[in-house]
Design a protein around this ligand. Structure first.
Ligand SMILES: [Cu+2]
Length: 157
């Protein structure tokens, strides 16, 4: 556990040159592997993915997100409807149990960026603010990966 926490802190330090935490106390939420998909020309939406580790002792919730590069961001999941996978908005956000790590990833929960202009292109960084319960907001950069979906910012851990 300690090793994991240390690694998370290290990744946070690497990925976030200027983390801003607006909560009164230091965050127990460790964010890593934040990346977004490059968008084909003309696309109106883009997908973003991230791992969130709740190192605290109480359940937390990701409530929403915003970015200067999108008109809005929704939290989506994928559900099967009549044999077809469809996206569905999670209006209550995503719960992160105490001690748990969740991963937003392709084919599962994800952030949906609406109307990025210009479209996300490989190699750029997208500023995003994630809003959690308890009035906690964390700003970080999502790195746009190559088309294979492999993020330069991705670290196995
Ligand atoms: Cu979506």
């Amino acid at each position: 556990m300690l090793k994991h926490l240390a690694l998370c802190t290290l990744l946070l330090a690497t990925l976030l040159p200027a983390p801003s935490v607006t909560a009164a106390e230091a965050t127990e939420l460790h964010l890593s592997d934040a990346w977004a998909r490059p968008m084909p020309p003309g696309a109106r939406v883009g997908g973003g993915y991230i791992a969130i580790h709740n190192a605290g002792e109480r359940t937390r919730r990701l409530l929403g997100a915003s970015s200067p590069r999108a008109s809005s961001i929704e939290i989506h999941t994928m559900v099967e409807v009549d044999g077809v996978m469809r996206m569905r908005r999670l209006t209550d956000g995503i719960e992160i149990a105490a001690g748990a790590q969740i991963a937003l990833k392709p084919g599962a929960e994800h952030l949906m960026f609406f109307n990025p202009d210009p479209a996300f292109s490989e190699g750029e960084r997208i500023a995003v603010i994630l809003n959690f319960d308890g009035d906690e907001s964390i700003e970080l950069q999502f790195e746009v990966a190559d088309r294979s979906g492999r993020a330069a910012a991705a670290h196995a851990h």
